[in-house]
Design a protein around this ligand. Sequence first.
Ligand code: BDP
Length: 576
Amino acid sequence: MLYPQLNEHRETTSLDGIWDLRFQWQEANPEGWESGFSPERHVAVPASFNDLYTSYSERNHWGFVWYSREVRIPRAWRDRRIVLRFGAVAYSADVWFNGKHLGYHETGHTPFEFALQDLVQDGTNRIVVRVNTRLTPDCVPPGELNMPGSTIHMGGNKPPANFDFYPYGGLHRPVCLYTTAPSHLQRILVDTKLADASADVAFRIFAEGGGDQVRVTIEETGQTAVFPLAAGTTTAAFKITEPRLWGIGKPELYHAALELLENGQTVDSYRQRFGVREVKLEGGKFLLNGEPVYMQGFGRHEDFPIIGRGHCDAANVRDFELLSWIGANSFRTSHYPYSEEQLRLADERGILVISESPGVGIVPDIATEKTLATHCAAIREYMARDYNHPCVVMWCVANEPFSQQASARAYFEKVVAVARSMDSTRPITMVTCFGLEDTCLDLLDVVGVNAYPGWYGGGHPFDSSVHAWFADFLKQIHDRSGGLPIMVTEFGADSVAGFHALPSELWTEDYQSELLEHILEEIHKCPFVIGEHVWAMCDFRTGQNDRRALGNRKGAFTRDRQPKMVAHLLKKLWKK
Ligand code: BDP
């Protein structure tokens, strides 16, 4: 699915803004709402609805909530293919257009779209979306797993999500209408491979509806050629001599102009951006363009006051400014695929991304066929969406599953196989918190390790024993995995900004900063570690439970993006 583009052959119109909203309080679907309903609330799109409202029941609504708006369609579009596209709706969405059900989409972080053609009428057209925020045990990620006392599964959390971030709901990313010709480009996959002083660049192109040829022009080099389509597809191969390589802080980007031809006439076009770069694991190191790279950065969240998990360009720009300020070269899209807009920024700033699926907190022993199918579908969708971003250097199929369980290996063999079938050019990882009991480590290329020495299970007053075991622990995981590179994907401590104590105490900025300094010393003793991601970049909202004070406070920055003490420490270390 191509990101919408305005060009000589395509139009696009944003449907963002104020929509109507109504909560569904009863089980049974209210009659007729599919065609429109009398609104109760204004709601902003894109945004989570939760933090807009002032009552407990609305803010924490766990179930159906209906969105609606009108739209008028230019007559000039009538002979065009008209597509309604949602950037992401959490958790799931049913969509109606003029009362007709268009379809359903599940998992809250990938785009989906519907062709509208015959349904469009003069005058008012109505779009209705029924959002479901309720997460049942077979959702990805799961909710309502009744696991009282399970700290990693946030037993007793309200709302009952089994993970440590607020289960925001709504139309989280931009909504738009776009048009193409009936014959149109549908999918483009770009592969680049370095060979001596040149690069082989291949575009796998898929068209729908018609078209017999594709002209591809690489704007920066002036190379151009026409390729015949067979059954709607072709591969366009080029060699770029002395390519400018995309790298950390060196966001060299190329642009390919693709034109779909029908009887010699251009009927559709698309400008595809790409970077020439190669990632490899060799000798236990992570190599970018043949050079070893050590990743420094954070696990993050898409989370911001008022808008919740909604897309916000301003918040994204601020976050990338903070990443530059602190000297981070990478981040993980914990714990779901981030917006396409974020990945574009990462491409443009030369920041490496470990892109994660929404599979957080999977419990294989109770996972159903539906869980597995949903998880695999989500992986196919987000890997297809993000394939062309040079910033994405690794795929992470899951965070902290119960990977020590009897069914874990069979489950993750399937998940990893799906990921490998989608991309053979990037390493696959998974994040473990079961360390030495994990049964899946050797299925991966890189092992992600989350551990909280000095925080969970006994912290301050910390003496050397709190963290001194950490290097040894990492070495044991490395050995158990058969010698795979280790990425330390999470470590940290909560601190409430403004809390200080001498000597330091739990929850103070002082303790967070001291602890991280010691943990980093341990990590740096391990030659098999390819990177360190502090948990987390910013404080973020979670469900309510007795371990969280208005959310998770492990941020190096506050939720409104101001530095804590530890941010200055990291800046000193990472800017070296
Ligand atoms: C890890 C999870 C992360 C949590 C973090 C924490 O991967 O989502 O927020 O712990 O407890 O287990 O702060």
